[in-house]
Design a protein around this ligand. Structure first.
Ligand code: CO
Length: 217
């Protein structure tokens, strides 16, 4: 008797269900993974990568942390990006934020949480960078939504500036970096129309995405 019997039972049911539709599924999967996508998303339990885009195990490589932040010196995230780009040769990196993100809200409200304040400090940097836009309205929900969008735009920029992505583009690898924001309210993705496919173009893609948020605000 385990305290997690319910989860273990779910696991057996899930395995059985997949094998009944494709008896070789796990055999094929255990021999190789060849995902085309790397998902960099929030650790929030309401934002499950595979389910949102309807992909099976083996089809999407996933990195998640609080508030989907890409820090230039985060060895964990950088290693995931390097492995995905150079070993798995993914074609798309998706930075996926979500409206209603707790990390973003705590940062906006300047709530003290403890150790994670140091991580969320990166969100304050985004907030300060776009202060003129965010201060246009007093409405906290509105500012929360905009900061979720701006955070994705800044993290896409950070991904584009990693040596890994720059080197991939230098050798003409087929690699695009995208920015999305997922809605917890209806399960739909808002594509920020942000798609960088080369270093030269990534700067203007970033500027246009910022401009769109500013214009719509
Ligand atoms: Co979140």
């Amino acid at each position: 008797m385990s305290l997690l019997d319910n989860l273990l039972k779910n696991n057996r049911d899930w395995s059985e269900q997949i094998r009944s539709s494709d008896p070789d599924f796990f055999k094929k999967l255990s021999q190789q993974q060849s995902p085309e996508y790397l998902w960099i998303g929030c650790a929030d339990s309401r934002v499950p990568a595979n389910e949102i885009v309807g992909l099976l195990p083996g089809e999407i490589f996933v990195h998640r942390n609080v508030a989907n932040i890409v820090v230039h010196t985060d060895l964990n995230c950088l290693s995931v990006i390097q492995f995905a780009v150079e070993i798995l040769k993914v074609k798309h990196i998706l930075v996926v934020g979500h409206y209603g993100c707790g990390g973003v809200r705590y940062a906006l409200q300047k709530t003290r949480l403890g150790l994670s304040d140091n991580w969320l400090r990166h969100l304050h940097d985004v907030e300060e960078k776009h202060a003129s836009l965010l201060q246009r309205r007093d409405d906290l929900d509105w500012r929360h939504d905009r900061l979720c969008e701006l955070n994705v735009i800044e993290q896409v920029r950070n991904v584009c500036q990693t040596t890994i992505v720059q080197e991939a583009w230098e050798r003409k690898a087929d690699l695009a970096v995208h920015g999305w924001v997922y809605s917890l309210k209806n399960g739909l993705v808002n594509d920020l129309s942000l798609c960088a496919t080369s270093f030269e173009q990534s700067g203007s893609v970033y500027a246009q995405a910022c401009e769109r948020v500013h214009r719509l605000a």
